[in-house]
Each structure stands twice: as C-alpha cells, then as structure tokens.
Ligand binder design. Structure first.
Ligand code: MN
Length: 240
C-alpha cells in the first residue's frame, strides 16, 4: 500500500478514465503523479489498459523506476519515462505518455506541432521530437524500456510541456494531474486541427505568436478545473 493522499489516488484513477474516454489513450498509455509526501516517489498504475484502472491498481515507484511494494502486480515496461522525468525536473508533478493518434504524424515529418488556437497555447513552449536511434541505436523496439533511454528522452523535453517520440507517441508534463490531462487532451485536438488547417490552407497557416501563446497559457491556468469536472463526470459514468 502507499501512504499517498487518497485524493491524489482518486485523481489518478479519474485521469486514466478521462484519457481513455477522450481518445488520448487506448489499451496503451499511462499517467502518473508525483507522490505528495515524498518527491522521490511517484504513483502509476500496474501494467493494464488505462480505461479499467481502479485505486487498487495504483503502485508506488522510486526514481530508479523500481516498484516499492508490487504485491505481485506487473509494472509498465515504459515506467522509466516517468521516473527519469521526475528525476530531471523537480517542478513536474504529473506525466502522461500516450500514442495519441493525431499527434503521431508530427513526430515523423518536418512540420512542427505548434499552437493553432488558444487551447493549445502550451505548445508554444516548443515541441521537440525525440529520436530514439540517437540514444538506443538503429534497431530498438521503440520503447523507453531502460533508465538510460528515459534519461535521454527527459533531456530532450527541456522546458517544453510536450515532446514527441518519433514513430511511437508523445509525453506531456504538468504541475498537477489536472493540468497534465488538460494538456494531453488539447495536444491531441490541436494536432487534429493543425493537420486540417495545413490541408485546407495548403500549408499556409497563421499560428499563435509566442506572446499570444504565453498570454493564453496564463488565462487557461485559471480554467483547468472546468473541463476536468466535465470529463471526469462523463468518464466515470461511462465506466460504471
Ligand atoms: Mn509507448
């Protein structure tokens, strides 16, 4: 068992359900939160589909990615995405990893993911693309399955909110579980809208300026609980 705040566990369960209900994760993908009592620990579900996660599935890990009290539960292979990001960035309180479909194309072409509207303003912090061949060689299975690969991915994130994993998915960080869910959902929507705008505009698109992105990000900070409550009510009702 973990001594983490039960409210944090509840938020993580809700986050798993929301991300599934909103189409960010499917049978794969995960969301974690830093432990509220011990910054050297984090909480993440056992290896399972996010849409089915309950409080009993939430495990505690140290920053080496080792489970504290596994009780026979199997951890995700890619838990090192989380452990290495928490290690590298003390301000990060929550992490989402997904294969969010509309985002995938932006990891494999030269066109960067950028804020097309105010809800995607956090993308104005930049969206680096992590190339696993540089850290893992030419023949990995694409997974972040070691602390070394996690460290390389964490380094590529820098001060951004989102990094893409070429040919795999993306990682999103936030200062709370609510914020990281907000960002993960709007990263997917922004990607869909950006691809559509590029198509109908034949590549000519006006994006938010850096100043507009920063101003929108500040405004959105005060609005994060509004969609969270809506998404949570819908996702938890769907799961009953
Ligand atoms: Mn993955």
């Amino acid at each position: 068992m973990t001594n983490a705040d039960p409210a944090l566990i509840d938020d993580l369960v809700a986050a798993n359900r929301i991300l599934y209900d909103q189409g960010v994760v499917d049978g794969f993908g995960h969301v974690s939160g830093r432990h509220d009592q011990n910054p050297e620990r984090f909480l993440l579900a056992r290896s399972m589909a996010p849409g089915l996660v309950t409080a009993a599935d939430i495990m505690e890990f140290d920053l080496a990615g080792d489970p504290i009290d596994p009780q026979g539960r199997t951890p995700y292979l890619e838990r090192f995405i989380h452990s290495e990001i928490y290690k590298a960035y003390p301000a990060v309180q929550a992490v989402v990893h997904s294969h969010s479909p509309a985002v995938i194309p932006f990891g494999v072409v030269g066109t960067p993911l950028k804020p097309i509207y105010h809800m995607g303003s956090f993308l104005g912090l930049g969206v680096p693309v992590f190339e696993i061949r540089e850290a893992g060689g030419p023949a990995t299975d694409m997974l972040i399955r070691s602390p070394e690969l996690g460290e390389a991915l964490a380094k590529s994130l820098g001060s951004s909110a989102v990094a893409l994993l070429r040919g795999h998915g993306n990682v999103v960080v936030g200062a709370s579980v609510q914020e990281v869910v907000f960002r993960a959902v709007y990263t997917e929507i922004n990607a869909r809208l950006q691809a559509e705008a590029l198509r109908i505009g034949q590549g000519q698109v006006v994006f938010l300026s850096d100043a507009e992105a920063m101003a929108s990000m500040t405004t959105n900070q005060g609005q994060i609980t509004r969609p969270w409550e809506l998404w949570k009510a819908k996702a938890l009702a769907a799961g009953k």
